[in-house]
Design a protein around this ligand. Structure first.
Ligand SMILES: [Zn+2]
Length: 64
């Protein structure tokens, strides 16, 4: 019996056993995985789709 490696969830830091049963490793759960990947995708691929780009300034960003 060998001890399984332990990794920390990149999103919340929770310890996760690196085993075939940890389906979402290195994340602790599907939720953390989706949140982390979602943030990554949102920040890196902010591509407007289905909207006319005329008159928009991509450098101005969003102001709340
Ligand atoms: Zn987590």
């Amino acid at each position: 019996m060998s001890k399984l490696p332990i990794v920390s969830c990149p999103h919340c830091g929770k310890e996760v056993e690196w085993s075939v049963e940890s389906r979402f490793r290195p994340f602790c759960s599907e939720r953390c995985k989706l949140i982390d990947l979602g943030q990554w995708a949102t920040e890196n691929y902010r591509i407007p789709q289905g909207e006319p780009a005329a008159g928009q300034d991509p450098e101005s960003g969003y102001q709340a």
